[in-house]
Ligand binder design. Structure first.
Ligand code: ADP
Ligand code: MG
Length: 339
């Protein structure tokens, strides 16, 4: 196991900055998640940590060791990707055993490690099967098994769950958390999925256009976003961001402000700001309302409305919970103050 230090790393592809002057310390045993939209540089930073890419500038350290110019195979890392690329002609057992065989381990040691790994992943009864006989979730478990079997110093995950269906994703998420709890191997996990980030990460690092926006514990980042981008990226449905100058009822917050409020912090009241229902989504016992206010749509999360109230065009009166308002500079997006 090892800590990881990413120091002023920049990666350019031609004129594109995939990663810009990024610095981050990952603690020994920590589960760190990089979160950001597609194209923000997640895979690039992961490949730099794994040695598959060399930074244009900056250094990478494992513990005190500068590994910037180490080849992947000299870093003792294990990687799990979105496509799990198992060897099709080998059984699950031999897929998991593969890295140990390459490392020249003895047969008994291999068997012991493979069985322990299969036990941890709950796939003992699949070991005789070949990849084409396995479901997506089973294949991904075998791929995880192959990665953890040789006890790497560092685990790298690149959106490993994005090919799985929703139910399986939830299950695998819990399993990955469980495996990390058991093995406590330093892990770097990249995803565009904020729920994955919130549930798996001990800390999350939010990226935009190759630039690190904020690092912190999931709830810290959620509750105290540094800028409008982070605020709107975490939380589902996303935080409402309204230009203060467009609404008279927001004028007290000042002109050059973006006013942020989460959909769950707006209530439906008898008299308040008048809006018109554009669309409604009923999700179990929760209802998401998309309310028109001028040419803006305000998202509100609520409960207990009658079906008859969910017709487009219905009037709704809303009230913001003033304590839950976030204020951002309308030009820079930086947070100015949270009330
Ligand atoms: N090998 C490459 N050659 C040229 N451009 C690349 C290469 N890899 C990534 N990029 C560019 O770098 C940026 C970041 O890409 P990537 O790290 O794959 O983002 P993410 O994983 O967050 O979707 C994108 O603009 C992408 O097009
Ligand atoms: Mg990627």
């Amino acid at each position: 196991m090892s800590s990881v230090r990413i120091e002023n790393v920049t990666k350019k592809f031609g004129k594109v900055f995939a990663v810009k002057d990024l610095s981050l310390d990952i603690k020994e045993g920590e589960f760190m998640v990089f979160l950001g939209p597609s194209g923000c540089g997640k895979t690039t930073i992961l490949r730099i940590v794994g040695g598959l890419e060399t930074p244009t500038k900056g250094r990478v350290y494992f513990g005190d060791k500068d590994v910037t110019n180490f080849r992947p195979k000299d870093r003792n890392i294990a990687m799990v990707f979105q496509s799990y690329s198992l060897y099709p002609h080998l059984t699950a057992y031999h897929n998991i055993a593969f890295p140990l065989r390459i490392a020249g381990k003895k047969k008994e040691i291999i068997k012991k490690r493979v069985m322990e790994t299969a036990e941890l992943l709950g796939i003992k009864d699949l070991l005789h099967k070949r990849p084409r006989e396995l479901s997506g979730g089973q294949s991904q478990r075998v791929a995880v098994g192959r990665a953890i079997v040789r006890e790497p110093t560092l685990f790298l995950f690149d959106e490993p769950l994005s090919n799985l269906d929703a139910k399986l994703r939830v299950q695998m998420r819990a399993e990955l958390a469980h495996i990390h709890n058991e093995l406590k191997i330093t892990s770097v996990y990249v995803t565009h999925d904020q729920i994955e980030a919130m549930t798996l990460g001990q800390r999350i690092a939010v990226l935009k256009d190759g630039v690190l926006q904020q690092v912190g514990k999931p709830m810290e980042v959620y509750e105290n976003p540094k800028n409008a981008f982070v605020a709107s990226f975490l939380g589902s449905p996303a935080m409402n961001l309204l230009e203060g100058k467009k609404f008279s009822f927001l004028s007290s917050y000042g002109k050059n402000k973006l006013v942020g409020i989460r959909p769950s912090d707006i209530s439906i009241v008898k008299s308040g700001i008048e809006t018109t229902l554009d669309a409604a989504e009923v999700i179990g016992n929760e209802i998401i309302l998309y309310l028109k206010l001028g040419d803006n749509i305000i998202t509100v999360k609520t409960k207990s409305l009658k079906p008859s109230q969910l017709k487009p065009g219905t009037k709704f009166y809303i009230k913001f919970n003033k304590e839950k308002i976030y204020l951002f500079n309308a030009d820079t997006g930086e947070k100015v103050k949270s009330s």
